[in-house]
Design a protein around this ligand. Structure first.
Ligand code: ZN
Ligand code: ZN
Length: 414
């Protein structure tokens, strides 16, 4: 039965609260969202209280206010972050507030603003919020990310459409990739994350020494995997014991490459939007884990700067497998947002790995000894396509087909 826009918005809120954040009766919830997302946020709040939430707090973001700080504020104002704001965020973590983040910000918001000022404020914010970030990345609290179709974001995805049409089209994309058009979206998500769980269980049992990815676009890459690597994907149950789905959409299973065991050629199958620049035609040659040749058809300078950020930035921190039939890929659009784009195709990431992708990886020394990569950056770029074949390579040199023509061929994926 087709749903009206309001019904879809309601179902989307239900999926974010129940499936995404895994909110339980008596739970507390914090929502971080752009002010344009008010209609969606109200649905989320309604759903949360219906489910029995004890408290729901909303932190509104306004792109325009963010810009004004830089453009009209003094240098001191641009860099000022009060201690009490960070203390509040830490107290909410300690108090067990689950989090729902809504994306949809203007990708070009800060164009024209002094880049060094943005970098300094971002770094200062990262230093001050280290405890909160660690709680989030370590899943000590339940959280998920969703999205809102805002005019600014829609304009960057569909620059040729009139504003209202672009916003409507982007909403349909969000609903499609979030499985809101299914009969029972919450049940559809359960089935989807169960399938991803079977896949990660299978891959973790195999403990392949490497995966080999090749396709018609020119990629022929052997990605050695970290010792004791862990494949993750779909749902995650953290210390709270609640099953959550941290990213919506999510269609990837991913793990940590070994920093020094990647060789061959990787060719981008889609452009990469980073730091306000579109980088297309990326081609990198890897030797002993390091990108030794780096080129791009456009944005090559930005790509080089990225890879030269620090030692780890020229090594890989993630390899992720995504089937060509994934809903994001089916839209055919480039969303200029990692949350969406990384679920469009198999990808690799330059820079740091996720500690959760290595057994005992919470310990920095163990992570490094296993081959986990460290860096200030983590930038995903897509290499998968409908012509991709992927094999798992065993320690004994045996080849096990994982994907053919972009689709899973292992039983666990059925
Ligand atoms: Zn990924
Ligand atoms: Zn990534």
């Amino acid at each position: 039965m087709p749903r009206t826009f309001e019904e879809k918005l309601h179902e989307y809120a239900r999926v974010l609260v129940e499936t995404g954040a895994g909110l339980q009766p008596g739970g507390k919830l914090q929502i971080n969202a752009p002010i344009e997302a008010a209609p969606l946020v109200r649905e989320i709040v309604q759903e949360a209280y219906r489910l029995g939430a004890l408290d729901v707090r909303v932190d509104w973001r306004d792109d325009q206010l963010e810009r004004l700080r830089y453009v009209e504020g003094s240098r001191e104002a641009a860099l000022f972050i009060p201690d009490w704001a960070m203390e509040q965020a830490e107290r909410m973590v300690d108090d067990g507030y689950a989090r729902i983040g809504i994306r949809g910000d203007d990708p070009n918001l800060l164009s024209g603003v002094d880049g060094s000022l943005i970098a300094e404020r971002t770094k200062r914010g990262a230093q001050l919020s280290e405890k909160v970030s660690a709680a989030v990345s370590g899943h000590l609290i339940d959280w998920t990310l969703g999205a809102m179709s805002t005019p600014a974001w829609a304009r960057s995805v569909y620059p040729d459409l009139p504003e209202a049409e672009g916003v409507a089209r982007l909403w349909e994309d969000i609903f499609t990739v979030s499985r809101i058009n299914e009969d029972d979206p919450v049940a559809a998500w359960e089935a989807h994350v169960d399938r991803l769980a079977r896949l990660t269980a299978y891959l973790n049992g195999q403990q392949f020494s490497a995966v080999h990815i090749r396709n018609a676009e020119g990629t022929d890459l052997t990605v050695g995997l970290a010792d004791g690597h862990v494949w993750d994907g779909g749902a995650l149950t953290g210390p709270t014991g609640n099953r959550t789905v941290p990213n919506m959409p999510t269609d990837e299973v991913f793990t940590a490459p070994h920093r020094d065991r990647v060789s061959g050629v990787a060719v981008a199958s889609k452009p990469l939007s980073v730091r306000g620049t579109l980088i297309s035609g990326i081609r990198m040659t890897f030797k002993d884990g390091k990108a030794v040749e780096v080129s791009a058809e456009t944005g090559e300078e930005t790509l080089r700067q990225l890879v030269e950020t620090d030692e780890g930035a020229s090594h890989l921190g993630e390899v992720a497998l995504v089937p060509a039939s994934a809903p994001v890929a089916q839209t055919g659009s480039l969303f200029n947002m990692t949350l969406f784009d990384e679920n469009a195709a198999s990808h690799i990431a330059m820079g740091r790995c996720y500690p959760t992708n290595v057994q005992g990886g919470g310990d920095a020394e163990r992570l490094a000894a296993a081959g986990g990569n460290r860096s200030l950056i983590h930038v995903d770029w897509m290499i998968g396509s409908p012509t991709s074949d992927v094999d798992g390579l065993t320690a004994g040199g045996e080849r096990v087909p994982l994907m053919r023509q972009g689709e899973w061929v292992v039983d666990a994926a059925k």
